[in-house]
Unconditional design. Structure first.
Length: 133
């Protein structure tokens, strides 16, 4: 198992890369696209898992908005979803499209490509914004 990273390491690291914490949780450090400082970096948390035989990276949020302990809790939740047979990425996308119902619900159905879930409760009358085709 990988050596667990510390909050101090997360705060001070500036070298781009992916740093494992264990339990499929990674800290991703990238060079910042903003030219504020010469060595400015952005940091975010990633959860890695296997989906359809390929590695899939699920974003858990940016640092410092999501702390190390929060990221560990989020990664634990994702592992629990996987044990229940729920794909974390499909679940996240479904919640973004229609946050009105948690999964599973009889209102959820697979669309034609079987990778996108749609909610039958969302109609032009119930949607708060414009409907997408």
């Amino acid at each position: 198992m990988a050596e667990r990273i510390t909050a101090l390491f997360v705060k001070h690291t500036k070298r781009p890369g992916k740093y494992p914490d264990g339990g499929n949780l990674y800290l991703q450090v990238r060079k910042s696209t903003r030219k504020i400082e010469i060595d400015a970096v952005t940091k975010s948390w990633l959860f890695r898992y296997s989906r359809f035989g390929k590695d899939t990276w699920l974003g858990l949020g940016p640092y410092p908005d999501v702390t190390l302990s929060e990221a560990r809790d989020l990664a634990t939740r994702q592992r629990k979803k996987m044990r229940q047979g729920i794909d974390p990425l499909t679940d996240k996308r479904a919640r973004i499209e229609c946050p009105c119902q948690p999964l599973p619900s009889p209102h959820w159905r697979l669309s034609g490509d079987a990778t996108r879930l749609t909610c039958s409760r969302v109609t032009s009358e119930t949607a708060t914004g414009p409907m997408r085709p």
